[in-house]
Design a protein around this ligand. Structure first.
Ligand SMILES: [Cu+2]
Length: 126
């Protein structure tokens, strides 16, 4: 009886784990966005204590839209990204760079057929 209970508990737990894994995977597919590890480096720029580097991969069709938490420098490191800043929309090709200021809304879409990578360097204030 005790064994049965433990076994049903294990079955229940693995079913829950599978369910969880599936929902995470579906969510990731829906968003199509992968945010890489954020790396921080010291800065010598007056008023900027550190810079933070992060790469975001956009699968075809993936989109992000957010208010910029800091001033930043961005680069299209792969693929093509359509970038809308306030009301201005620009197509960024590999190697193109742009900047954002704190508080502005930036919308980024990958309208291409291959993954695109946005490299973001945020200027973290002192
Ligand atoms: Cu930005």
């Amino acid at each position: 009886m005790a064994l049965m209970t433990r076994r049903s508990l294990l079955v229940g737990l693995s079913a829950a784990a599978v369910g969880l894994g599936t929902s995470f995977r579906v969510l990731a597919q829906q968003e199509g966005l992968t945010r890489g590890e954020a790396k921080k480096f010291r800065s010598m720029i007056p008023g900027v204590a550190a810079i933070q580097l992060q790469e975001v991969t956009y699968q075809p069709g993936a989109k992000s839209s957010r208010t910029m938490p800091h001033t930043m420098i961005c680069e299209c490191a792969a693929g093509v990204l359509e970038v809308t800043q306030d009301s201005m929309t620009t197509t960024m090709n590999k190697g193109d760079m742009w900047t954002c200021h704190k508080g502005m809304v930036e919308t980024v879409v990958n309208k291409g057929t291959v993954p695109a990578v946005m490299r973001v360097i945020q200027l973290l204030p002192a």
